[in-house]
Structures are given as C-alpha cells and as structure tokens.
Design a protein around this ligand. Structure first.
Ligand code: GTP
Ligand code: MG
Length: 368
C-alpha cells in the first residue's frame, strides 16, 4: 500500500509546478485562482494524513495560571533555559535532539504559577512531520505564549521557524482580521467590505475554488491570500510570541543582532545567556507582561491574614474576581473596597463592573 502522505506530497509538487508554469493573463487568471485553492487544500490534507499516521501526539496536562512553550531549533538552549527559569531539570547536551518529549516546569513570577514547556527541537519541514515536528507544534499551539529560543549567530533560524508555523496556519503577533461570511442560495459572491488588501477578483476566485459560489462577505483587516484561505476554512490560529536571543556570552555584538531581529520581524527580543544567567529576570518579566494576566490580592474584611493572590485576565472586573473566588458570592455581592492602582484613593468603594489593575487589593462586601 502506498503511503497517503507521500502521494499527497507528490500531488502538491505537481500542482505547484503547474502553478509556476502557468503564465498570468486575463484568460488564465481564474485557473490560477483555482490552482491556489487546490494547493491550499492539498496542504491541509497532508497535515490531516500525517496526523492520522502519527497519532494525536504529546499530551501534556495544562496546570497553573498560564502556559508558555519554548520553541527553537535543536541545541538553541531551550532545556538550559527552562532549567534556569523554572523548577525543573531537563537534560542538556552539546548534541542535537537531546530533548525528545515535552518537559513541563513551573515558573513562579510574583504570585503567578506559569507553566513552561521545554520542547524537542524543531527542524526544517517540521510542518510536514519531520522529526516529530508536527506534534511539537500542535502542543505549542495550546500555549498562551511562545518563547522562541534562538541562538546568537543563527539568526536565520527565526525566519525558518516562522515559515514552519505559517505552514500550519499559525500567525504570530498578528491581529486576527475579522471576517463575516454568509452563504446564500443565489446571487453570486458579493463583497460588502474589503480591507484585506486582496483584489476583489482574487477573493471571489478563492471562494469559488473552495466551492462557495453564493455568499456575502466582509473583511475588516489585512490578510494575505494564504491567511484568507485559512481563515475561511476556520483553521487559522493567532498566537503571541517573543524571542529569547540566547548564548549572548559568545558574541559581543549581541545588541546589534537583537535590534536587527526585532526590527525586521517586529517582535520583542530579549538577549539572554541561559548558562551564565544573564538577563533572565528581564525575560521572566517580559513573559509575564505578554501573558495578558494580572495579579490581584483578596483581603478579608476582618482579621489580619495576608491578602491571598488571585490571577485574572487583563480587563477583569470585580465581578470576575468574585466569580473566581466563589460562585456563591456572585448573588450576594454588594460592592467591593479597592486599594491599589485601579483605585483613586485607599479603600475606594466600587461596584461589580469596576475594572481591576495589576496589584489591586480587593475586599468583597456582601449583602447582609
Ligand atoms: N555558551 C553558552 N552555551 C549555552 C547557553 N545555553 C545553552 N548552551 C549550551 O548549548 C548546548 C545545547 O543546550 P540545550 O539546552 O541542551 O539545547 P536544547 O535547545 O534544549 O536542545 P535540544 O533538546 O536538542 O533541542 C549545551 O551544550 C548547552 O550547555 C548559553 O547561554 N551560552
Ligand atoms: Mg533540550
């Protein structure tokens, strides 16, 4: 029996060859659009087939207040980094592929328990399943933040990693374009709003290529052709990421390299040395800041107990804190007293809709 992934990969090659050989003109325009949609579909089929072949992959239980995945090429220093910032020991070595499964650890920052995943190294064509790459990436997808570990002197690795993630429809530090699509029975394709930057003709061709002939569509945001296809098929994923530029002890020019990377890819870059312990506090701070969480403290109305920390999402209100504290309090909550950054003065009395901020201390007041 022939391997399904192999036959699909062959089909992909044929389609891509046909695409590159077809000259663009008015007459071939529609055909090219169809080919693009077909190419996107075969890419998806390859991914589905390799998923079946390799099973569901790593399963790691998520714990704590948020999850961070360390992603990088072999030997970039991911394991050395997790050992330095979290309470775990992951094996490190000079040779590549030292880590072969996902090693979880916990990083305590302020009062937040942040779960960190050390991952096996990724290589080129990881998205097609090479080196177990698809499984690693699918585990990384479940994280709240990706920390790319890039070694100084290997800056080109970053672009390669982005390619691998893009091939799996993962968009990094990008705002998700909002799309409204309503399929109709008749009337053809009508484009009401188009802020995508794609020509209307291309949008129509892609929709037709995906079998949609009657629809009303509005797109409120920039999108490339591939991104548009993956959004329409509901597969696009949007993730936040930062870069830990590692091994800066080996290169005095690291600041220039960090600036270059940051500017070129519009991403926050923190130069570190995992083994020397340089800048690790800065990295921890940046991880916390990029997780969109806040720490608040709950203080009982009476007694002198130390206020208990609680982790919430940015934008959380007094009511959100009450819900997380105890479902019972929700019906009984009358107001709260707040001291801290969101309060205008100490013990300010606020309602359930009051927006909380990092470092607030809250005392719930119940209806008697
Ligand atoms: N000089 C220097 N060496 C480092 C640094 N961080 C890691 N290394 C070395 O780089 C090698 C690889 O480190 P690991 O932490 O095992 O790399 P990894 O990314 O986990 O590698 P895989 O598990 O194979 O993907 C080891 O010899 C480390 O001692 C650093 O900041 N400076
Ligand atoms: Mg490792």
């Amino acid at each position: 029996m022939t391997d399904k992934t192999d036959s699909l990969t062959q089909k992909l090659g044929e389609l891509q060859e046909e695409y590159s050989k077809t000259k663009y003109n008015k007459a071939t325009n529609l055909h090219l659009g169809m080919l693009r949609a077909k190419i996107a579909q075969v890419k998806k089929d390859i991914i589905t087939a390799s998923k079946k072949k390799h099973g569901t992959g790593f399963f790691v239980k998520k714990t704590g207040d948020a999850t961070v995945a360390l992603v990088g090429f072999p030997s970039a220093g991911k394991s050395s980094l997790i050992n330095a910032i979290a309470n775990t020991r992951s094996k490190t070595a000079q040779y590549a592929f030292t880590t072969t499964s996902i090693i979880p650890g916990t990083m305590l920052y302020k009062d937040a328990h942040i779960q960190v995943f050390d991952m096996p190294g990724l290589i080129e064509d990881a998205h097609l399943g090479k080196g177990g790459g698809r499984m690693v990436i699918s585990a990384a997808k479940s994280a709240d933040l990706i920390v790319f570990v890039i070694e100084i002197g290997q800056l080109q690795q970053f672009e390669k990693l982005m390619k691998e993630l893009n091939a799996l429809e993962i968009n990094i530090n990008k705002k998700k374009p909002y799309i409204q699509l309503t399929e109709q029975n008749t009337g053809g394709i009508r484009i009401e709003v188009n802020k995508s930057g794609l020509p209307e003709e291309d949008i129509k061709e892609i929709l037709q290529g995906l079998g949609m002939h009657n629809a009303i569509i509005s797109i409120w945001g920039k999108a490339s052709e591939d991104e548009f296809i993956s959004l329409i098929s509901g597969k696009a994923i949007y993730m936040r990421a930062i870069v830990a530029l590692n091994k800066i002890d080996m290169d005095q020019e690291y600041e220039r390299a960090a600036r270059e990377l940051s500017r070129k890819f519009n991403i926050e870059v923190i130069p570190i040395s995992a083994t020397e312990g340089t800048n690790l506090e800065k990295l921890r701070e940046s991880i916390y800041a990029n997780l969109d969480i806040i720490t608040v403290y709950l203080k009982a109305r009476v007694g002198n107990d130390r206020p208990a920390p609680m982790i919430l999402g940015k934008g959380a209100t007094v009511m959100d804190a009450a819900k997380k504290f105890h479902t019972q309090i929700v019906d009984e909550l009358k107001c709260a007293f707040i001291t801290g950054p969101s309060a205008r003065f100490s013990n300010q009395r606020v309602g359930a809709e009051h927006l909380l901020a990092e470092g607030d201390t809250i005392t719930f007041i119940k209806n008697k």
